[in-house]
Design a protein around this ligand. Structure first.
Ligand code: CP
Length: 306
């Protein structure tokens, strides 16, 4: 395989997802290997991040590579008016791989077309977050022993939540049943509903989840994405629409796990954190191994991992 970008989860297929999960398991077993010796990775974060940037940067360093970049676009020449196109062309001259987060939907695809090196999309607006999806798949596979035939509850901001959009596309290869639970204003965009319908995926849409949680294998909570609202009154109206607490987890399946891409801002009570069914912090840890696997795959170096 040639070097290849990861812009959308649809750029890869089912077998390639499973291959990345297999490589991630190797990285989890042995995270400190030297396959990126002599390589430099550029991390361009035009939007804030804790997990994605730091886990990618740690992933590179644990694989023996080096990182350059910025976590605040105001510290780059973008603040002087330099375009995304020129920024990407410049950084392509310096690095072997670009990892980029940007607020504009489609920006990662655009960067991938301009760059002379592979691009990994670390989140483009409300569109896609494919590396999060792969770590979500890894977490689901680890906790459920399979990706097939699971009951997946997606709760919260399904309109702006890019992790939801990527994840439901990836899971559609594995015969899921989806329950979508969101306020009226934050329902899943129609293009994703049409996609799931075209794939023959079973979907239920509910306004409340309290009585149906015993059906769930995975409860995927999401934050209401304040930064995507043009009207903050709408945000205030919806921000506490769904809050998961410990009492709600009674009578849920033994295998059920609570996932969340994080950060959370109140949609999971802290009293859930010590429940053995809370998996979100381990999910974030899995992100480092999965991002090591993605980098190895994108740079066509995975055969060198032990
Ligand atoms: N899940 C996720 O993308 O977290 P960050 O915004 O902290 O990177």
């Amino acid at each position: 395989m040639q070097n290849r970008s990861l812009v959308s989860i649809s750029d890869y297929n089912r077998d390639e997802y499973l291959d990345i999960l297999r490589i991630a398991a190797k990285c989890e077993h042995n995270p400190n290997q030297n396959i990126l010796s002599g390589k430099v990775v550029g991390t361009l974060f035009f939007e804030p991040s804790t997990r994605t940037r730091l886990s990618f940067e740690t992933a590179v360093q644990r694989l023996g590579g080096r990182v350059v970049g910025f976590s605040d676009a105001n510290s780059s020449s973008v603040s002087k008016g330099e375009t995304l196109k020129d920024t990407i062309k410049m950084v392509s001259n310096y690095v072997d791989l670009i990892i980029m987060r940007h607020p504009l939907e489609g920006s990662a695809r655009y960067a991938g077309e301009i760059a002379s090196v592979p691009v990994i999309n670390a989140g483009d607006g409300a569109n896609q977050h494919p590396s999060q999806t792969l770590l979500d798949l890894y977490s689901i596979q680890k906790t459920q022993g399979t990706l097939e035939n699971l009951n997946i509850f997606m709760i919260g901001d399904l309109k702006y939540g890019r992790t939801v959009h990527s994840l439901l596309v990836a899971l559609s290869y594995f015969n899921p049943t989806f329950w979508f639970i969101a306020p009226e204003e934050l329902q899943l965009p129609v293009e994703y509903k049409i996609y799931l319908h075209s794939q023959g995926i079973r979907c239920f849409q509910c306004s409340d989840f309290t009585g149906i949680l015993p059906e769930a294998d995975i409860v995927y909570m999401t934050r209401v994405q304040k930064e995507r609202f043009s009207d903050l009154v709408e945000y205030e109206k919806n921000k506490n629409a769904y809050v998961l607490n410990n009492a709600m987890l009674e009578n849920t399946r033994p295998n059920m796990r609570v996932l969340h891409p994080l950060p959370r801002v109140g949609e999971i009570d802290v009293d859930v954190d010590n429940n053995p069914k809370a998996y979100y912090f381990t999910q974030a840890l899995n992100g480092m191994f999965v991002r090591q696997a993605i980098i190895a795959k994108v740079l066509n170096l995975s055969d060198q991992l032990e």
